[in-house]
Write a protein that binds this ligand. Structure first.
Ligand code: ADP
Ligand code: MG
Length: 255
């Protein structure tokens, strides 16, 4: 099927992310077990669970930073196979924000934000910079545009990382514990940006233990343990009436 035909299937009804029967191993270690997950456009999902339960692996499979061995992953109507073209197509539609920001230290904030728009989307420097400044303004950091990441606080760097992702106009954003490396006083400034994004209708999958954030924006909260989705529900029933003993135990430890 041509790339165009594949894209035209991705109408409003097409789920943004579909995982069906996904299994993954690291060597002998079975890290994801029979994952079934459908994320509709505009949906906000929070994923929580103990350390080592496979949360990062799950979301990294969605943009093929990790490869799954069994099952199907379809992103915006495009099936993730070995086909490099499809992997690139999916990556263009998926933004990712990591725990440790992953900004390029030798580039300024503005250059970090312009790199992919110029090299992947072939925008001119002028156009890329104008757009980057708009997104930097949205995360309230435009005044730091000429600085290097090392000159910024953790919270500021994470806001730059979010702006950098937005410069690629992603259809879905993946967040992997975006606030867990931050000092407490900086967590709110990053969560505020994420809440704003959610309000604007961005499709989001967020691995986080910020349960206040989950209650505010999540349509669904997913609890993972030992590579499986143990439980998923809307925030209200998830927090007030967890069904699984493992979920109850986990919540009692973090709340
Ligand atoms: P979480 O994000 O929930 O803490 P991860 O997805 O990072 O969990 O990891 C799940 C399990 O897989 C952990 O036991 C971890 O040690 C293991 N793991 C993660 N990445 C690799 C890898 N590249 N090679 C081997 N094992 C890995
Ligand atoms: Mg992780």
């Amino acid at each position: 099927m041509s790339e165009q035909a594949t894209q035209s299937q991705a109408g409003a009804e097409t789920p943004m992310v579909e995982m069906r029967g996904v299994n993954k191993w690291y060597g002998d270690f079975h890290v994801l077990r029979d994952i079934d997950l459908t994320v509709k456009r505009g949906e906000r999902i929070v994923i929580c669970g103990p350390s080592g339960s496979g949360k990062s692996t799950l979301i990294r499979c969605i943009n093929h930073l990790e490869e799954h061995q069994q099952g199907e992953i379809v992103v915006g109507g495009v099936p993730l196979t070995q086909d490099v073209k499809r992997i690139e197509q999916v990556r263009r539609s998926v933004g990712m924000v990591f725990q440790h920001f992953n900004l390029f230290p030798h580039l300024t904030v503005l250059e970090n934000c312009c790199l992919s728009p110029m090299w992947v989307q072939k925008k001119s420097r002028r156009e890329a910079e104008a757009q980057a400044m708009q997104y930097l303004e949205r995360v309230q950091i435009a005044e730091q545009a000429r600085k290097y990441p090392g000159q910024l606080s953790g919270g500021q760097q994470q806001r730059v990382a979010i702006a950098r992702s937005l410069c690629m106009h992603p259809d879905v954003m993946l967040f992997d514990e975006p606030t867990s490396a931050l000092d407490p006083e900086m967590i709110k400034e990053v969560l505020d940006v994420m809440v704003e994004l959610a309000r604007e209708g961005m499709t989001m999958l967020c691995v986080t233990h910020e349960m206040g954030f989950a209650k505010t924006v999540a349509d669904r909260v997913i609890f993972m343990d030992q590579g499986q989705i143990i439980e998923e529900n809307a925030p209200e029933p998830f927090f007030n009436d967890p069904q699984s003993e493992r979920t109850r135990l986990f919540l009692s430890q973090i709340l």
